[in-house]
Ligand binder design. Structure first.
Ligand code: GLC
Ligand code: CA
Length: 557
Protein backbone atom coordinates (compact mmCIF):
# COMPACT_ATOMS: atom_id res chain seq x y z
CA UNK A 1 0.00 0.00 0.00
CA UNK A 2 1.62 3.20 -1.13
CA UNK A 3 -0.76 5.68 0.48
CA UNK A 4 0.28 7.22 3.74
CA UNK A 5 -2.67 7.14 6.13
CA UNK A 6 -4.21 10.46 7.10
CA UNK A 7 -7.42 11.43 8.89
CA UNK A 8 -8.62 13.50 5.97
CA UNK A 9 -8.27 10.54 3.62
CA UNK A 10 -10.56 8.54 5.90
CA UNK A 11 -13.05 11.36 6.40
CA UNK A 12 -16.35 12.21 4.72
CA UNK A 13 -17.00 15.91 4.27
CA UNK A 14 -20.40 17.62 4.50
CA UNK A 15 -20.68 20.94 2.68
CA UNK A 16 -22.86 23.68 4.15
CA UNK A 17 -23.97 26.70 2.12
CA UNK A 18 -24.76 28.85 5.16
CA UNK A 19 -27.12 31.28 3.42
CA UNK A 20 -29.47 28.40 2.57
CA UNK A 21 -28.99 25.99 5.46
CA UNK A 22 -30.92 27.17 8.52
CA UNK A 23 -32.15 30.59 9.62
CA UNK A 24 -32.22 31.13 13.39
CA UNK A 25 -33.63 34.66 13.61
CA UNK A 26 -36.36 34.87 11.00
CA UNK A 27 -34.66 37.32 8.63
CA UNK A 28 -34.87 34.76 5.85
CA UNK A 29 -31.10 34.22 5.62
CA UNK A 30 -29.35 31.15 6.99
CA UNK A 31 -26.80 31.93 9.70
CA UNK A 32 -24.20 30.51 12.06
CA UNK A 33 -26.63 29.99 14.93
CA UNK A 34 -28.83 28.12 12.49
CA UNK A 35 -25.94 25.78 11.76
CA UNK A 36 -25.28 25.24 15.46
CA UNK A 37 -28.90 24.17 15.83
CA UNK A 38 -28.43 21.51 13.16
CA UNK A 39 -25.10 20.04 14.26
CA UNK A 40 -26.79 17.01 15.77
CA UNK A 41 -28.42 16.31 12.42
CA UNK A 42 -25.05 16.54 10.66
CA UNK A 43 -23.48 14.32 13.29
CA UNK A 44 -26.24 11.76 12.86
CA UNK A 45 -25.35 11.42 9.20
CA UNK A 46 -21.94 10.28 10.39
CA UNK A 47 -19.69 12.71 8.53
CA UNK A 48 -16.42 13.94 10.01
CA UNK A 49 -15.88 17.42 8.62
CA UNK A 50 -18.03 20.41 7.69
CA UNK A 51 -16.92 22.67 4.87
CA UNK A 52 -18.48 26.12 5.20
CA UNK A 53 -18.89 28.23 2.09
CA UNK A 54 -17.56 31.77 2.73
CA UNK A 55 -18.86 33.41 5.90
CA UNK A 56 -16.67 36.54 5.81
CA UNK A 57 -17.81 40.14 5.45
CA UNK A 58 -18.98 40.61 1.92
CA UNK A 59 -21.30 42.78 -0.18
CA UNK A 60 -22.52 39.47 -1.66
CA UNK A 61 -22.13 40.23 -5.32
CA UNK A 62 -21.25 36.52 -5.65
CA UNK A 63 -22.77 35.27 -2.38
CA UNK A 64 -19.69 35.68 -0.23
CA UNK A 65 -17.03 34.83 -2.84
CA UNK A 66 -16.31 38.55 -2.88
CA UNK A 67 -14.65 39.16 0.47
CA UNK A 68 -14.46 42.65 1.95
CA UNK A 69 -12.83 41.62 5.24
CA UNK A 70 -11.06 38.29 5.72
CA UNK A 71 -11.13 38.58 9.50
CA UNK A 72 -14.77 39.54 9.98
CA UNK A 73 -18.02 37.56 9.81
CA UNK A 74 -20.76 38.54 7.36
CA UNK A 75 -23.35 40.61 9.27
CA UNK A 76 -26.28 38.43 8.19
CA UNK A 77 -24.49 35.28 9.37
CA UNK A 78 -23.64 36.49 12.89
CA UNK A 79 -20.57 37.55 14.83
CA UNK A 80 -17.09 36.25 15.56
CA UNK A 81 -18.43 35.02 18.92
CA UNK A 82 -21.04 33.00 17.05
CA UNK A 83 -18.31 31.53 14.89
CA UNK A 84 -16.22 30.61 17.90
CA UNK A 85 -19.21 28.95 19.49
CA UNK A 86 -19.91 27.04 16.29
CA UNK A 87 -16.34 25.80 16.23
CA UNK A 88 -16.53 24.75 19.87
CA UNK A 89 -19.89 23.02 19.47
CA UNK A 90 -18.70 21.20 16.38
CA UNK A 91 -15.49 20.07 18.05
CA UNK A 92 -17.46 18.91 21.09
CA UNK A 93 -19.30 16.52 18.75
CA UNK A 94 -16.13 15.33 17.05
CA UNK A 95 -16.85 17.35 13.91
CA UNK A 96 -14.13 19.40 12.26
CA UNK A 97 -14.66 22.65 10.35
CA UNK A 98 -12.89 23.79 7.22
CA UNK A 99 -13.18 27.29 5.81
CA UNK A 100 -13.50 28.51 2.26
CA UNK A 101 -10.37 30.44 1.35
CA UNK A 102 -10.99 32.90 -1.47
CA UNK A 103 -7.66 34.46 -2.36
CA UNK A 104 -7.61 34.58 -6.13
CA UNK A 105 -9.63 37.76 -5.80
CA UNK A 106 -11.28 39.97 -3.19
CA UNK A 107 -14.30 42.23 -3.22
CA UNK A 108 -13.83 45.67 -4.76
CA UNK A 109 -14.98 46.85 -1.32
CA UNK A 110 -11.98 45.23 0.38
CA UNK A 111 -9.73 47.87 2.01
CA UNK A 112 -6.80 46.67 -0.14
CA UNK A 113 -8.70 47.41 -3.33
CA UNK A 114 -10.09 50.69 -2.05
CA UNK A 115 -6.48 51.76 -1.45
CA UNK A 116 -5.29 50.20 -4.69
CA UNK A 117 -7.51 52.35 -6.86
CA UNK A 118 -6.65 55.61 -5.07
CA UNK A 119 -3.51 56.28 -7.10
CA UNK A 120 -0.80 54.54 -9.09
CA UNK A 121 1.73 55.16 -6.36
CA UNK A 122 -0.44 53.92 -3.50
CA UNK A 123 1.39 51.08 -1.66
CA UNK A 124 -1.58 48.79 -2.39
CA UNK A 125 -1.82 49.62 -6.10
CA UNK A 126 0.26 46.59 -6.94
CA UNK A 127 -1.95 44.26 -4.89
CA UNK A 128 -4.14 43.94 -7.99
CA UNK A 129 -3.55 43.51 -11.70
CA UNK A 130 -3.75 46.95 -13.33
CA UNK A 131 -2.94 47.57 -16.99
CA UNK A 132 -2.89 50.59 -19.24
CA UNK A 133 -5.34 50.65 -22.16
CA UNK A 134 -4.06 49.29 -25.46
CA UNK A 135 -5.15 51.52 -28.38
CA UNK A 136 -7.84 52.93 -26.14
CA UNK A 137 -9.24 49.46 -25.40
CA UNK A 138 -9.02 46.60 -22.92
CA UNK A 139 -5.49 45.17 -22.62
CA UNK A 140 -6.66 41.91 -24.21
CA UNK A 141 -9.78 40.01 -25.30
CA UNK A 142 -10.30 37.84 -22.21
CA UNK A 143 -13.87 36.99 -21.27
CA UNK A 144 -14.72 36.78 -17.58
CA UNK A 145 -16.15 33.45 -16.31
CA UNK A 146 -19.29 35.45 -15.59
CA UNK A 147 -19.58 36.84 -19.17
CA UNK A 148 -18.38 40.14 -20.62
CA UNK A 149 -14.83 41.48 -20.64
CA UNK A 150 -12.54 40.41 -17.80
CA UNK A 151 -11.23 43.99 -17.62
CA UNK A 152 -12.89 46.94 -15.95
CA UNK A 153 -11.86 50.50 -16.69
CA UNK A 154 -11.24 52.89 -13.82
CA UNK A 155 -11.83 56.48 -14.95
CA UNK A 156 -9.78 58.08 -12.25
CA UNK A 157 -6.63 56.01 -12.83
CA UNK A 158 -7.08 55.64 -16.56
CA UNK A 159 -6.26 51.95 -16.16
CA UNK A 160 -8.04 48.61 -16.36
CA UNK A 161 -8.07 46.00 -13.59
CA UNK A 162 -8.45 42.29 -14.17
CA UNK A 163 -11.46 40.39 -12.82
CA UNK A 164 -11.76 36.79 -13.90
CA UNK A 165 -15.20 36.72 -12.25
CA UNK A 166 -17.55 39.68 -11.69
CA UNK A 167 -16.30 43.25 -11.86
CA UNK A 168 -16.77 43.40 -8.10
CA UNK A 169 -14.17 40.60 -7.75
CA UNK A 170 -10.80 42.10 -8.74
CA UNK A 171 -7.98 39.52 -9.02
CA UNK A 172 -5.11 39.75 -6.55
CA UNK A 173 -1.60 40.07 -7.92
CA UNK A 174 0.24 37.04 -6.49
CA UNK A 175 3.46 38.17 -8.20
CA UNK A 176 3.66 40.76 -5.44
CA UNK A 177 5.34 39.15 -2.38
CA UNK A 178 3.40 41.50 -0.09
CA UNK A 179 0.15 39.93 -1.27
CA UNK A 180 1.49 36.51 -0.35
CA UNK A 181 2.62 37.76 3.06
CA UNK A 182 -0.84 39.14 3.79
CA UNK A 183 -2.64 36.01 2.62
CA UNK A 184 -0.41 33.66 4.61
CA UNK A 185 -0.72 35.86 7.71
CA UNK A 186 -4.47 35.72 7.45
CA UNK A 187 -4.42 31.93 7.01
CA UNK A 188 -2.20 31.50 10.07
CA UNK A 189 -4.61 33.71 12.01
CA UNK A 190 -7.53 31.37 11.21
CA UNK A 191 -5.45 28.29 11.96
CA UNK A 192 -4.57 29.67 15.37
CA UNK A 193 -8.30 30.04 16.01
CA UNK A 194 -8.49 26.28 15.71
CA UNK A 195 -10.07 25.64 12.32
CA UNK A 196 -9.29 22.31 10.70
CA UNK A 197 -8.42 23.26 7.16
CA UNK A 198 -9.26 25.09 3.97
CA UNK A 199 -11.17 24.56 0.78
CA UNK A 200 -9.33 26.87 -1.60
CA UNK A 201 -11.44 28.69 -4.13
CA UNK A 202 -10.16 28.59 -7.74
CA UNK A 203 -6.67 28.17 -6.36
CA UNK A 204 -5.38 26.94 -9.73
CA UNK A 205 -5.89 30.49 -11.04
CA UNK A 206 -3.58 32.49 -8.77
CA UNK A 207 -0.67 32.65 -11.22
CA UNK A 208 -1.30 34.44 -14.51
CA UNK A 209 0.73 34.34 -17.70
CA UNK A 210 2.52 37.67 -17.36
CA UNK A 211 2.44 38.37 -21.10
CA UNK A 212 -1.39 38.57 -20.93
CA UNK A 213 -1.90 37.45 -24.54
CA UNK A 214 -5.25 37.41 -26.38
CA UNK A 215 -7.11 34.14 -25.96
CA UNK A 216 -8.54 31.93 -28.71
CA UNK A 217 -11.89 33.40 -29.77
CA UNK A 218 -14.98 31.87 -28.22
CA UNK A 219 -18.50 31.86 -29.73
CA UNK A 220 -19.15 35.44 -28.67
CA UNK A 221 -16.98 38.50 -28.93
CA UNK A 222 -14.35 37.47 -26.47
CA UNK A 223 -11.33 35.21 -26.07
CA UNK A 224 -10.79 32.34 -23.64
CA UNK A 225 -8.69 33.28 -20.62
CA UNK A 226 -8.38 29.75 -19.23
CA UNK A 227 -5.06 28.87 -20.94
CA UNK A 228 -3.40 31.92 -19.34
CA UNK A 229 -4.90 31.90 -15.86
CA UNK A 230 -5.43 28.22 -15.00
CA UNK A 231 -2.39 26.28 -13.77
CA UNK A 232 -0.19 29.27 -14.55
CA UNK A 233 3.61 29.36 -14.55
CA UNK A 234 4.15 29.98 -10.81
CA UNK A 235 1.13 28.25 -9.25
CA UNK A 236 3.10 25.32 -7.83
CA UNK A 237 5.79 27.61 -6.48
CA UNK A 238 3.14 29.70 -4.66
CA UNK A 239 1.44 26.65 -3.22
CA UNK A 240 4.74 25.22 -2.01
CA UNK A 241 5.40 28.51 -0.30
CA UNK A 242 1.91 28.39 1.24
CA UNK A 243 2.56 24.85 2.35
CA UNK A 244 5.82 25.79 4.06
CA UNK A 245 4.57 28.98 5.63
CA UNK A 246 1.12 27.78 6.70
CA UNK A 247 -0.27 24.34 5.94
CA UNK A 248 2.61 22.19 7.15
CA UNK A 249 2.58 23.85 10.55
CA UNK A 250 -0.81 22.42 11.60
CA UNK A 251 -2.69 19.13 11.46
CA UNK A 252 -5.17 20.45 8.93
CA UNK A 253 -6.62 19.37 5.61
CA UNK A 254 -6.58 21.27 2.35
CA UNK A 255 -8.53 20.82 -0.83
CA UNK A 256 -7.97 23.01 -3.84
CA UNK A 257 -10.75 23.90 -6.21
CA UNK A 258 -8.75 23.51 -9.37
CA UNK A 259 -10.54 25.01 -12.34
CA UNK A 260 -9.14 23.58 -15.56
CA UNK A 261 -6.92 21.05 -13.80
CA UNK A 262 -5.72 18.06 -15.77
CA UNK A 263 -4.71 14.73 -14.26
CA UNK A 264 -1.07 15.58 -14.98
CA UNK A 265 -1.37 18.83 -13.03
CA UNK A 266 -3.26 17.20 -10.16
CA UNK A 267 -0.33 14.84 -9.62
CA UNK A 268 1.64 17.94 -8.62
CA UNK A 269 -1.02 19.78 -6.62
CA UNK A 270 -2.03 16.76 -4.55
CA UNK A 271 1.21 14.78 -4.55
CA UNK A 272 1.67 12.12 -1.87
CA UNK A 273 4.73 13.90 -0.47
CA UNK A 274 2.26 16.63 0.49
CA UNK A 275 4.43 19.52 -0.63
CA UNK A 276 1.39 21.44 -1.91
CA UNK A 277 -2.24 20.52 -1.13
CA UNK A 278 -3.95 17.46 0.31
CA UNK A 279 -6.24 16.99 -2.67
CA UNK A 280 -8.00 18.88 -5.45
CA UNK A 281 -11.43 19.04 -7.01
CA UNK A 282 -11.35 18.51 -10.76
CA UNK A 283 -14.22 19.37 -13.07
CA UNK A 284 -13.96 16.88 -15.86
CA UNK A 285 -17.03 14.90 -14.83
CA UNK A 286 -19.13 18.00 -14.07
CA UNK A 287 -18.22 21.03 -16.18
CA UNK A 288 -16.58 18.69 -18.69
CA UNK A 289 -19.85 16.83 -19.20
CA UNK A 290 -21.71 20.11 -19.67
CA UNK A 291 -19.29 21.41 -22.27
CA UNK A 292 -19.57 18.20 -24.29
CA UNK A 293 -23.12 19.02 -25.30
CA UNK A 294 -23.27 22.72 -24.58
CA UNK A 295 -25.39 25.09 -26.61
CA UNK A 296 -23.16 27.94 -25.55
CA UNK A 297 -20.52 28.31 -22.84
CA UNK A 298 -21.42 25.78 -20.14
CA UNK A 299 -25.15 25.91 -20.89
CA UNK A 300 -26.70 22.61 -21.86
CA UNK A 301 -29.94 20.66 -21.64
CA UNK A 302 -28.34 17.31 -22.33
CA UNK A 303 -27.83 14.92 -19.42
CA UNK A 304 -24.35 13.43 -19.00
CA UNK A 305 -23.68 10.22 -20.87
CA UNK A 306 -22.48 7.26 -18.83
CA UNK A 307 -19.63 6.05 -21.07
CA UNK A 308 -18.05 9.49 -21.12
CA UNK A 309 -18.61 10.10 -17.43
CA UNK A 310 -17.22 6.69 -16.50
CA UNK A 311 -14.16 7.07 -18.71
CA UNK A 312 -13.35 10.36 -16.98
CA UNK A 313 -13.82 9.07 -13.45
CA UNK A 314 -11.91 5.86 -14.15
CA UNK A 315 -9.06 7.83 -15.70
CA UNK A 316 -8.75 9.82 -12.46
CA UNK A 317 -9.08 6.74 -10.26
CA UNK A 318 -6.28 4.88 -12.00
CA UNK A 319 -4.17 7.95 -12.78
CA UNK A 320 -3.89 9.12 -9.17
CA UNK A 321 -3.28 5.64 -7.76
CA UNK A 322 -0.35 5.63 -5.36
CA UNK A 323 0.79 9.09 -6.49
CA UNK A 324 -1.74 11.64 -5.31
CA UNK A 325 -5.00 11.81 -3.39
CA UNK A 326 -8.37 12.59 -4.98
CA UNK A 327 -11.73 13.97 -3.94
CA UNK A 328 -15.15 12.60 -4.89
CA UNK A 329 -18.27 14.67 -5.49
CA UNK A 330 -21.43 14.79 -7.61
CA UNK A 331 -22.60 18.24 -6.65
CA UNK A 332 -21.82 21.38 -4.70
CA UNK A 333 -23.03 24.99 -4.61
CA UNK A 334 -21.86 25.52 -8.21
CA UNK A 335 -23.53 22.47 -9.72
CA UNK A 336 -27.09 21.30 -10.26
CA UNK A 337 -28.50 18.75 -7.81
CA UNK A 338 -26.87 15.34 -8.05
CA UNK A 339 -30.03 13.25 -8.40
CA UNK A 340 -31.49 15.53 -11.09
CA UNK A 341 -28.34 15.48 -13.13
CA UNK A 342 -26.86 12.02 -12.71
CA UNK A 343 -29.87 10.07 -11.44
CA UNK A 344 -33.56 10.36 -12.22
CA UNK A 345 -35.61 12.81 -10.17
CA UNK A 346 -39.04 11.52 -11.22
CA UNK A 347 -41.18 10.40 -8.25
CA UNK A 348 -40.81 6.79 -9.40
CA UNK A 349 -37.03 6.61 -9.42
CA UNK A 350 -35.79 9.49 -7.30
CA UNK A 351 -34.99 7.55 -4.15
CA UNK A 352 -33.53 4.50 -5.83
CA UNK A 353 -31.41 6.46 -8.29
CA UNK A 354 -30.15 8.81 -5.56
CA UNK A 355 -28.92 5.74 -3.69
CA UNK A 356 -27.41 4.31 -6.86
CA UNK A 357 -25.27 7.35 -7.64
CA UNK A 358 -24.24 7.54 -3.97
CA UNK A 359 -23.07 3.92 -4.10
CA UNK A 360 -21.21 4.52 -7.32
CA UNK A 361 -19.27 7.42 -5.80
CA UNK A 362 -18.71 6.37 -2.19
CA UNK A 363 -16.99 3.09 -3.03
CA UNK A 364 -14.44 4.89 -5.19
CA UNK A 365 -11.05 5.93 -3.93
CA UNK A 366 -10.71 9.48 -2.59
CA UNK A 367 -12.39 11.66 0.03
CA UNK A 368 -16.16 11.93 -0.54
CA UNK A 369 -18.06 15.23 -0.27
CA UNK A 370 -21.80 15.41 0.41
CA UNK A 371 -23.55 18.69 -0.39
CA UNK A 372 -26.37 19.79 1.92
CA UNK A 373 -29.65 18.24 0.84
CA UNK A 374 -27.96 15.59 -1.32
CA UNK A 375 -28.42 13.21 1.62
CA UNK A 376 -32.20 13.55 1.36
CA UNK A 377 -32.28 13.52 -2.43
CA UNK A 378 -33.16 17.19 -2.99
CA UNK A 379 -33.77 18.00 -6.65
CA UNK A 380 -33.32 20.83 -9.15
CA UNK A 381 -35.66 23.81 -9.12
CA UNK A 382 -37.74 25.10 -12.03
CA UNK A 383 -37.04 28.64 -13.20
CA UNK A 384 -39.89 30.22 -15.16
CA UNK A 385 -38.19 33.55 -15.68
CA UNK A 386 -34.75 35.08 -15.24
CA UNK A 387 -36.32 37.16 -12.46
CA UNK A 388 -36.61 33.93 -10.44
CA UNK A 389 -32.82 33.56 -10.51
CA UNK A 390 -30.35 34.97 -8.03
CA UNK A 391 -26.95 33.86 -9.30
CA UNK A 392 -24.79 36.46 -11.01
CA UNK A 393 -23.47 33.86 -13.43
CA UNK A 394 -27.00 33.12 -14.66
CA UNK A 395 -28.06 36.76 -14.83
CA UNK A 396 -24.97 37.82 -16.76
CA UNK A 397 -25.20 34.90 -19.16
CA UNK A 398 -28.87 35.66 -19.82
CA UNK A 399 -28.12 39.31 -20.47
CA UNK A 400 -25.22 38.57 -22.79
CA UNK A 401 -26.51 35.56 -24.74
CA UNK A 402 -30.27 36.26 -24.80
CA UNK A 403 -30.82 40.00 -24.46
CA UNK A 404 -27.73 41.49 -26.11
CA UNK A 405 -26.43 38.98 -28.62
CA UNK A 406 -29.61 36.96 -29.41
CA UNK A 407 -27.55 33.78 -29.55
CA UNK A 408 -30.09 31.62 -27.75
CA UNK A 409 -33.81 32.01 -27.07
CA UNK A 410 -35.07 32.89 -23.62
CA UNK A 411 -36.93 29.58 -23.46
CA UNK A 412 -33.82 27.57 -24.23
CA UNK A 413 -31.73 29.50 -21.76
CA UNK A 414 -34.26 28.93 -18.98
CA UNK A 415 -34.40 25.29 -19.82
CA UNK A 416 -30.58 25.17 -19.53
CA UNK A 417 -30.95 26.83 -16.14
CA UNK A 418 -33.34 24.06 -15.07
CA UNK A 419 -30.64 21.55 -15.96
CA UNK A 420 -27.34 23.07 -14.87
CA UNK A 421 -27.75 26.44 -13.13
CA UNK A 422 -25.96 26.96 -9.84
CA UNK A 423 -29.18 28.26 -8.29
CA UNK A 424 -30.55 24.70 -8.30
CA UNK A 425 -28.21 23.96 -5.41
CA UNK A 426 -28.91 27.18 -3.55
CA UNK A 427 -32.60 26.85 -2.71
CA UNK A 428 -33.13 26.56 1.05
CA UNK A 429 -32.54 23.26 2.81
CA UNK A 430 -35.82 21.38 3.21
CA UNK A 431 -36.16 20.52 6.89
CA UNK A 432 -39.85 19.66 7.21
CA UNK A 433 -43.23 20.03 5.51
CA UNK A 434 -44.17 23.22 7.41
CA UNK A 435 -44.05 26.80 6.11
CA UNK A 436 -40.92 27.53 4.04
CA UNK A 437 -39.83 23.92 4.65
CA UNK A 438 -38.80 24.86 8.19
CA UNK A 439 -35.84 26.85 6.85
CA UNK A 440 -37.06 30.17 8.25
CA UNK A 441 -39.99 31.67 10.15
CA UNK A 442 -39.72 34.72 7.87
CA UNK A 443 -39.52 35.18 4.12
CA UNK A 444 -36.63 33.16 2.66
CA UNK A 445 -34.01 35.08 0.68
CA UNK A 446 -34.49 32.57 -2.16
CA UNK A 447 -37.55 30.47 -3.01
CA UNK A 448 -37.99 27.04 -1.45
CA UNK A 449 -38.39 24.19 -3.92
CA UNK A 450 -42.16 23.42 -4.00
CA UNK A 451 -41.47 19.70 -3.57
CA UNK A 452 -40.55 20.17 0.11
CA UNK A 453 -43.79 18.53 1.28
CA UNK A 454 -42.46 15.16 0.10
CA UNK A 455 -38.72 15.80 0.20
CA UNK A 456 -37.55 16.97 3.61
CA UNK A 457 -35.23 15.92 6.40
CA UNK A 458 -37.96 15.18 8.92
CA UNK A 459 -39.68 12.74 6.55
CA UNK A 460 -36.32 11.16 5.73
CA UNK A 461 -35.49 10.61 9.38
CA UNK A 462 -38.81 8.83 9.92
CA UNK A 463 -38.34 6.46 7.00
CA UNK A 464 -35.82 3.63 7.48
CA UNK A 465 -35.58 3.26 3.67
CA UNK A 466 -34.74 6.91 3.08
CA UNK A 467 -31.82 8.27 1.11
CA UNK A 468 -30.56 9.71 4.43
CA UNK A 469 -30.11 6.32 6.10
CA UNK A 470 -28.50 4.94 2.96
CA UNK A 471 -25.88 7.69 3.09
CA UNK A 472 -25.46 7.07 6.79
CA UNK A 473 -24.74 3.41 6.03
CA UNK A 474 -22.27 4.21 3.22
CA UNK A 475 -20.40 6.58 5.51
CA UNK A 476 -20.31 4.05 8.35
CA UNK A 477 -18.99 1.39 5.97
CA UNK A 478 -16.17 3.68 4.90
CA UNK A 479 -15.22 4.22 8.51
CA UNK A 480 -15.27 0.50 9.20
CA UNK A 481 -13.51 -0.83 6.10
CA UNK A 482 -10.01 0.45 5.27
CA UNK A 483 -10.33 -1.17 1.84
CA UNK A 484 -12.99 1.45 0.96
CA UNK A 485 -10.46 4.17 1.69
CA UNK A 486 -7.12 2.74 0.66
CA UNK A 487 -7.91 -0.21 -1.63
CA UNK A 488 -6.73 -0.03 -5.24
CA UNK A 489 -9.27 0.52 -8.01
CA UNK A 490 -9.93 -1.84 -10.89
CA UNK A 491 -12.40 -0.76 -13.59
CA UNK A 492 -14.86 -3.35 -14.94
CA UNK A 493 -17.28 -3.52 -17.91
CA UNK A 494 -15.76 -0.48 -19.51
CA UNK A 495 -17.76 -0.96 -22.71
CA UNK A 496 -21.16 -1.05 -21.05
CA UNK A 497 -23.68 1.65 -21.96
CA UNK A 498 -25.71 1.09 -18.82
CA UNK A 499 -23.55 -0.27 -15.99
CA UNK A 500 -20.82 1.39 -13.98
CA UNK A 501 -18.84 -1.38 -12.27
CA UNK A 502 -15.48 -1.70 -10.56
CA UNK A 503 -13.57 -3.52 -7.87
CA UNK A 504 -11.46 -2.35 -4.96
CA UNK A 505 -8.63 -4.55 -3.64
CA UNK A 506 -6.64 -4.63 -0.43
CA UNK A 507 -4.97 -7.29 1.73
CA UNK A 508 -6.44 -10.16 -0.26
CA UNK A 509 -9.99 -8.78 -0.02
CA UNK A 510 -12.13 -7.42 -2.83
CA UNK A 511 -15.21 -5.23 -3.03
CA UNK A 512 -17.22 -5.60 -6.22
CA UNK A 513 -19.52 -2.70 -7.07
CA UNK A 514 -22.06 -2.51 -9.88
CA UNK A 515 -24.57 0.23 -10.60
CA UNK A 516 -27.25 0.31 -13.26
CA UNK A 517 -27.51 3.87 -14.58
CA UNK A 518 -30.72 3.26 -16.53
CA UNK A 519 -34.44 2.83 -15.85
CA UNK A 520 -34.36 -0.58 -17.57
CA UNK A 521 -33.43 -4.01 -16.25
CA UNK A 522 -30.04 -4.94 -17.74
CA UNK A 523 -28.08 -8.20 -17.91
CA UNK A 524 -25.18 -8.44 -15.45
CA UNK A 525 -23.44 -11.59 -14.34
CA UNK A 526 -20.86 -10.08 -12.00
CA UNK A 527 -22.53 -11.38 -8.86
CA UNK A 528 -23.78 -14.74 -10.14
CA UNK A 529 -20.90 -16.85 -8.84
CA UNK A 530 -19.61 -14.43 -6.24
CA UNK A 531 -19.53 -15.68 -2.64
CA UNK A 532 -19.29 -12.90 -0.14
CA UNK A 533 -21.00 -10.44 2.13
CA UNK A 534 -23.36 -7.94 0.59
CA UNK A 535 -22.35 -4.60 2.07
CA UNK A 536 -25.19 -2.55 0.69
CA UNK A 537 -27.89 -2.50 -1.98
CA UNK A 538 -30.82 -0.29 -2.89
CA UNK A 539 -33.32 -2.99 -3.92
CA UNK A 540 -35.36 -5.48 -1.87
CA UNK A 541 -34.32 -8.53 -3.83
CA UNK A 542 -32.03 -9.29 -6.76
CA UNK A 543 -32.67 -11.11 -9.97
CA UNK A 544 -29.90 -13.50 -10.95
CA UNK A 545 -28.13 -12.44 -14.12
CA UNK A 546 -29.59 -8.91 -14.05
CA UNK A 547 -29.49 -5.55 -12.42
CA UNK A 548 -32.92 -3.99 -11.87
CA UNK A 549 -33.53 -0.37 -12.94
CA UNK A 550 -31.09 1.87 -11.03
CA UNK A 551 -29.99 -1.08 -8.91
CA UNK A 552 -26.70 -0.72 -7.04
CA UNK A 553 -24.85 -3.44 -5.19
CA UNK A 554 -21.55 -3.83 -3.36
CA UNK A 555 -20.21 -7.21 -2.21
CA UNK A 556 -17.12 -7.90 -0.10
CA UNK A 557 -15.30 -11.15 -0.85
C1 GLC B 1 -15.56 29.21 -7.25
C2 GLC B 1 -16.74 29.16 -6.31
C3 GLC B 1 -17.88 29.88 -6.96
C4 GLC B 1 -17.48 31.31 -7.18
C5 GLC B 1 -16.16 31.43 -7.94
C6 GLC B 1 -15.57 32.80 -7.79
O1 GLC B 1 -15.77 28.54 -8.43
O2 GLC B 1 -17.03 27.84 -5.96
O3 GLC B 1 -19.07 29.78 -6.23
O4 GLC B 1 -18.46 31.98 -7.90
O5 GLC B 1 -15.19 30.52 -7.46
O6 GLC B 1 -15.12 32.98 -6.48
CA1 CA C 1 -30.80 34.69 9.78
Amino acid sequence: MSDKRAWWKEAVIYQIYPRSFADSNGDGIGDLNGIIGKLDYVKKLGVDVIWLNPIYKSPNDDNGYDIADYRGIMDEFGTMEDFERLLKEAHARGLKIIMDLVVNHTSDENAWFVESRKSKDNPYHDFYIWKDPVDGHEPNNWESWFSGSAWQYDEKLGQYYLHCFSKKQPDLNWENPKVRDEVFDMMNWWCRKGIDGFRMDVISMISKDQSFPDGPLKDGLYGDLAPYVCNGPRVHEYLQEMNQRVLSKYDIMSVGEAAGVTLEQALHYANNEETELGMVFHFEHTDGCMQQDAIIGKWTKTPPRLPYLRSILNKWQTGLEGKAWGSLYWDNHDQPRAVSRFGNDSPKWRVRSAKMIATCLHFQKGTPYVYQGEEIGMTNMHFSSVEDCNDIEEKNAYRQYVTEQHMISSEDMLSCFDHVARDNARTPMQWNDGPEAGFTTGTPWFAVNPNYKEINAEAALKDPDSVFYYYQKLIALRHKLPIMVYGTFEPLLEDSDSIYAYRRHMDGKTITVACNWTDQKVPCSLFDELQGEELITNVDSHEKGFLLPYEARAVLS
